[in-house]
Write a protein that binds this ligand. Structure first.
Ligand code: HEM
Length: 505
């Protein structure tokens, strides 16, 4: 048949086809495309040799559902239990649950290759499009920002921060005493109030006032709510077409709330910038470089917001988990009380130096970071051009990879009886656990900048509470692991405790 005859046959067939036939043909082609790409992704994709459930591999729907469903930590852990230390849980997504991968993914590598932050996960805030220290992907831009902020986290700066932490820790002790006398108190709220006030002072030059007012400030409520919304955002951007519909998919209240929050942040930061003060808060270091690095008002506000989330929610989470696990483990709680009460007679003796010499208190905190990491998911990175080796396996370029925090710290290959809260792992010289597998602050050039501040804050608050009060869990049915959701961060349940004061202060 000649091409002319063929063409006329085809065009006649199209002309004669009714709407139903066209729709059926279109659907048939779509089905063929879906089946074809599923077969390719499962059997011929460069990641095909990695194990993982087929339903997770064929599209990002499984990934997105897990992220917004609030139980991704447990889902990914169950995949590791079934498939091993490396799991493919999206078309282009590998999760690692082994200590060996920490160095290869996050640290400076011997081959000089750099795995940058996944821009789909760390998206720049759409409202103002301002770059900030936590989400910036580009290594050079990040290095410049990190250098600018490093002074804010120096040992000298830490001394000033300790004063502030002591001040709010003492306010917290007062609030616990006052409210505890009236009935059970929700420790989660009290810790949020405290850590947000400390960060408010450092990142915006003023506290939120929650601790003073014994009430969650609306600003904090917006930030806590945004954790869930950020998970939606990540899920949407992983799927086709939906990012184009994001405006309509975002509830108007959330959209308007985001814009209002951005403008209020800018007003707050400008108010702080106009203040004449010698105080070395985070803002002072950014202001010093503002002209040289052309930092806009929006960027200053974005940095401050990022620091608030990075530094307050995480510390409040570890303090809450710490108290849940201690109050559920009388042996450990008793041992901690003996250590703290044997060492201090009054809260004035508790400071950054003296608390370093409390090995059991340190072990309780390390164990909480392990059993309940404040950031339970993997911090996603993208493999570089030419791919690279991770934990002894070649991973092709452009793959999203990460060490899944919850899975690696609950991996029985690294920790015996991983679901048991056992601070002794960290003190017993004969313990065979691989303690290096727990890296709650990450490693390498994107490691947490506030690690020293977080340790001081958590140690001081834990030591003071243990010295001053006997606490008892009020809700005996509470199951910390069961009763909370994991978005990118935890959404914690209430933690009501009965308070009995011991000594006055
Ligand atoms: C228990 C408390 C904390 C934990 C578990 C924690 C954990 C982490 C983790 C895992 C990262 C890496 C995030 C990523 O790769 O996306 C990070 C980054 C960061 N954290 Fe923390 N953090 C804590 C407290 C703090 C505090 C108190 C501050 C002080 C404001 C802080 C400031 C930062 C900053 C600025 C970064 C970004 C570092 C960079 O990208 O160069 N963190 N943190």
């Amino acid at each position: 048949m000649s091409p002319t005859v063929q063409r006329s046959y085809l065009s006649r067939a199209i002309e004669q086809a009714d709407l139903g036939t066209c729709v059926r043909a279109f659907l048939g082609l779509c089905a063929l495309y879906v089946i074809g790409s599923a077969v390719y992704t499962i059997y011929f994709h460069p990641l095909a040799r990695y194990p993982g459930p087929k339903r997770a591999v064929v599209s990002n729907i499984f990934y997105s559902k897990a992220i917004v469903g609030g139980d991704s930590a447990k889902i990914v852990k169950s995949l590791h239990d079934k498939y091993g230390d490396v799991v493919r849980w999206g078309p282009n997504e590998l999760s690692f649950a082994c200590a060996e991968a920490w160095r290869d993914i996050y640290d400076r590598r011997k081959d000089g290759k750099v795995l940058v932050k996944d821009p789909l996960f760390y998206r720049t805030d759409d409202t103002v499009r301002a770059k900030q220290i936590v989400s910036i992907s580009d290594p050079e831009e990040h290095a410049q920002m990190r250098k600018m902020m490093s002074h804010a986290f120096s040992s000298r700066a830490l001394l000033e921060q300790e004063e502030l932490i002591q001040h709010y820790a003492d306010d917290l002790m007062g609030a616990i005493r006052e409210r505890g006398a009236q009935g059970p108190i929700n420790l989660v709220e009290f810790f949020n109030w405290t850590t947000f006030d400390v960060l408010g002072e450092l990142a915006f030059g003023e506290p939120f006032g929650s601790l003073k007012n014994r009430k969650t400030d609306p600003w904090i409520a917006i930030i806590l709510d945004s954790i869930k919304f950020n998970a939606w955002d990540v899920a949407i951007w992983k799927l086709p077409i939906l990012p184009r519909l994001q405006y309509w998919l975002t509830p108007a209240k959330v959209r308007e709330g985001g814009i209002k929050h951005a403008y209020e942040s800018k007003d707050k930061i400008l108010k702080r910038a106009a203040k004449k003060t010698d105080r070395k808060d985070f803002v002072s270091y950014i202001l010093a470089k503002r002209d040289e690095l052309h930092i806009t008002d929006w960027e200053m506000a974005a940095h401050s917001n990022a620091l608030i989330v990075a530094g307050s929610e995480t510390s409040a989470t570890v303090l809450s988990g710490l108290h849940y696990y201690l109050l559920n483990n009388q042996y450990a709680y008793q041992k901690l009380k003996e250590e703290v009460r044997g060492r201090f007679n009054s809260v004035e003796e508790v400071d950054a130096k003296s608390i370093e010499r409390l090995p059991y208190l340190t072990a309780c905190i390390e164990e909480t970071f392990r059993i309940y990491p404040p950031i339970p998911i993997a911090m996603p990175r993208v493999t570089p051009k030419g791919g690279c080796e991770i934990a002894g396996k070649y991973v092709p370029e452009g793959t999203t990879v990460g060490v899944h925090m919850w899975s690696v710290t609950h991996n029985p290959r690294h920790f015996a009886d991983p679901d048991a809260f056992r601070p002794e792992r960290w003190t017993d010289p004969d313990c065979t656990d691989n303690l290096d597998a727990s890296k709650p602050f990450l490693v390498g050039p994107r490691m947490c900048m506030g690690i020293n501040m977080a340790w001081i804050e958590v140690r001081i608050i834990l030591a003071k509470i243990t010295l001053l009060y006997d606490l008892e869990l009020y809700d005996k049915n509470l199951d910390w692991n069961r009763d909370q959701c994991c978005y990118t961060l935890w959404q914690k349940p209430d933690l009501f405790v009965k308070v009995t004061p011991r000594i006055s202060f």
